[in-house]
Design a protein around this ligand. Sequence first.
Ligand code: GLN
Length: 273
Amino acid sequence: MLEPTTATMGPWFAFVRERLNDADAQALCEAAFSVKYSALISGTDLAVDESQIEVLRDFIRRRAHGEPVAYILGTRGFWRREFYVSSDTLIPRPETETLIETVMPFLSHTSRVLDLGTGCGVLGLTLASETGAHVLMTDVSCDTLRVARRNAANLKIDVRLRRSNWYDAIEGTFDCIVSNPPYVASRDKHMQNGDLLFEPVVALDGGIDGLNALRHVVGEAPAYLYTGGRLAVEHGFNQADAVHALFQSAGFHDIELVHDLSHHPRVTHGVLQ
Ligand code: GLN
């Protein structure tokens, strides 16, 4: 299909749908033409100008080379908000909302929460804004922390941020620790797929069995939690048993596995006694 000769929205949307899947075509056209989906499907005859078409051409080119839509648009929705994302951060996944649902009932405005390896900040910022908890968000990368800081400012959410390699720069005691650490096994074929090829390896690669970061995050957690404090981590669908064992040997009780919306084992949490 050749490029449309008319500068109206309908033919251009159809052109993009020929090349990309429907969801990507929709997201990129909405952004290029600054319209919502309803206008995109009803406004077939709406005029678009050459600069919008140029933006769309650039989007199509980049997507065709595999660049994730979230990086092209610089944004991704999580829970109830839009977060700025860049190639310095993992792209927020819907399954990570499972971790929010899991810990939210246990938090209040008096809770002290530590978010380890925050990335663009979805966990810490969502928990702070939904519960009023005092949240410290950490990441090993300054570039990544800059993204999290920008999201905190954009969304006007009051949190603290600190550069730390897991617990290295952490002092004090918390009511709750949350983390979505890298947990994909280094040689997992999944690493060579789609969006993952463009995402920071440091945010994905959990070593030979994918559990390196989880071992550290779970194993050291007791030193930073009050008695009765809770640890909740995201993990791979096939890591539930191994993570349960890590929680047990670190001294956690009431260990529970939570499945994500695709019915995959995804989050484990437990209480320190
Ligand atoms: N859920 C991601 C994936 O498998 C991995 C995220 C992570 O390692 N924290 O694509």
